[in-house]
Design a binder for this molecule. Structure first.
Ligand SMILES: NC(=O)c1ccc[n+]([C@@H]2O[C@H](COP(=O)([O-])OP(=O)(O)OC[C@H]3O[C@@H](n4cnc5c(N)ncnc54)[C@H](OP(=O)(O)O)[C@@H]3O)[C@@H](O)[C@H]2O)c1
Length: 210
C-alpha cells in the first residue's frame, strides 16, 4: 500500500472532483490535495480550474485540470482515460457537479427541469459510469476506493419550489454551512481506514431545525 501518514492520510491516492471550479467542489479539491491526494479537477470553466491547480501546486499539492461538461458522456469517458494516463487509477471520486434551480411547478419551467435532470442525474451517472472501472480496479488492488456523491437534505424533506431539485438530489439549507465544512467531511470520509465504510452522512447546520 502507498505511503500514508497522519499528516497526509491521502498520500498515494488519486482523486477526481467534479464541479471543482467553485463552491463545495473547489474547497474539497483543495482540501483533498492538502491531505495528500493527487487531484483531477473537472468543470466547464477552464480558467477557474487553472487557477485552482496553480493554487494547489503552490501549496505543495499535485493536480490537473480537465475542462469537461459532465452531461456529455463521451467527454467524461475521455476525461477518465486522461486522468488515469496522467495520475494513475482513480480511487476517490467526489461526484459533486450539480445545479439547483428553484421555481414553482405551475410556472412550468421545463427548461430548468431538464437542466437539473440532465446534470444532477444524467451527469452524475455519466461520471460514475466513466470512473467506476478504475474505482473497482483500485479497490481490488489496494483494498480501498471511495465514491462520494453530493446529495442534499431535500432527499429527506420537500421544500416549496424545489420539487424537481428534490427529485434529482435534494436541497439542504446550506446558507449556514460553508464549502469548507463539506470539504472537511469529504476529507474525513476518504481518510477513514479501508475497513471502515461510512455509507451515509447528513451534515446539518447547527442552526437548522430538523
Ligand atoms: N450550496 C448549497 O446550498 C448546496 C446544498 C445542497 C447540495 N448542494 C449541491 O452541492 C453541489 C455543489 O454546489 P455548490 O453550492 O458548490 O454550487 P456551485 O458553486 O454553483 O458549483 C457547481 C459546480 O458544478 C459545475 N458544473 C455545473 N454544470 C456543469 C456541467 N454541465 N459539467 C461539469 N460541471 C458543471 C460548476 O462549474 P462550471 O460552471 O465551471 O461547469 C461548478 O463548479 C451541487 O451538486 C449542489 O446541488 C449545494
Amino acid at each position: 500500500m502507498a505511503a500514508q501518514s497522519y499528516a497526509r492520510p491521502l498520500g498515494g491516492r488519486v482523486a477526481v472532483v467534479t464541479g471543482a471550479s467553485s463552491g463545495i467542489g473547489e474547497a474539497a479539491a483543495e482540501h483533498l490535495a492538502w491531505l495528500g491526494a493527487k487531484v483531477a479537477v473537472v468543470a466547464r470553466r477552464e480558467g477557474r480550474l487553472e487557477d485552482l491547480v496553480a493554487r494547489i501546486e503552490k501549496n505543495g499539492g499535485s493536480a490537473m485540470e480537465i475542462a469537461a461538461d459532465v452531461t456529455d458522456a463521451a467527454r467524461v469517458r475521455a476525461a477518465a482515460d486522461a486522468v488515469e494516463a496522467e495520475l494513475g487509477a482513480v480511487d476517490l471520486l467526489f461526484n459533486n457537479a450539480g445545479v439547483m434551480l428553484p421555481a414553482p411547478i405551475e410556472e412550468r419551467r421545463t427548461d430548468q427541469w431538464r437542466h437539473q435532470i440532465d446534470l444532477n442525474i444524467k451527469g452524475l451517472m455519466n461520471t460514475i459510469g466513466a470512473f467506476v472501472p478504475q474505482l473497482i480496479r483500485a479497490a481490488g488492488a489496494r483494498g480501498v476506493a471511495d465514491l462520494i456523491n453530493t446529495a442534499s437534505i431535500a432527499a429527506h424533506n420537500i421544500f416549496p419550489n424545489f420539487a424537481v431539485y428534490s427529485g434529482t438530489k435534494a436541497f439542504v439549507a446550506m446558507e449556514w454551512l460553508t464549502p469548507q465544512d463539506i470539504a472537511q467531511v469529504v476529507g474525513f470520509i476518504a481518510a477513514l481506514p479501508p475497513q471502515a465504510n461510512l455509507q451515509e452522512v447528513i451534515v446539518m447546520p447547527t442552526g437548522q431545525p430538523t
